[in-house]
Design a binder for this molecule. Sequence first.
Ligand SMILES: [Zn+2]
Ligand SMILES: [Zn+2]
Length: 147
Amino acid sequence: MSAKAEHMLTVAGSCFCGAVQFEITLPTLFCVHCHCTMCRRVHGAGYVTWIGVPYDQFRLTAGQAHLKVYRSSEHGRRSFCDVCGSSLFCESTHHPDHIDIVLANINGAIDRAPQAHYYFSDRAEWIRVGDTLPRFGGPTGTEPVHE
Ligand SMILES: [Zn+2]
Ligand SMILES: [Zn+2]
C-alpha cells in the first residue's frame, strides 16, 4: 500500500433511521458552521455544521429511493430522508465540484475541526457563540465580520 493510500480513510454516515447511508473518503475540503436562515429552518437548529467533500470522494451506499430532493433556491438543492426527515446534503451550482454534508450525520471522526462561522450576521438572536473561530457574514455570508 502506498503512503497516499494509507491516508485515504473512509468514514460512513447515515440519516437518523439508517435508511439512507453513505461513505466519504478523506480528506474533506472544509468544515464550517452556517448560520443562514435556510440552514436553520431546514434543520430546526440554531446553526448547522457542514463539511465539503469532492464528489469523487462521496458514495451513496443505501437508500437512494428514500433520498428526497428539495430545490431550495435557484442554485441549490437540499436532500433529506423521506422516512425520518434527517437533512443530509446540500448541493449548489455555485460549487459543482463538491457536495456539502451535515457533519452530525457522520459516524466518526473526520480530518478537521470546525474552522469558521459563516452567515454570522444572519445568526439567530438567541444564539451565543463563545469560541474564537473567525466569523464571516454580510450579504454573501463570507465577508469578515468583527463583532
Ligand atoms: Zn432516515
Ligand atoms: Zn446555511
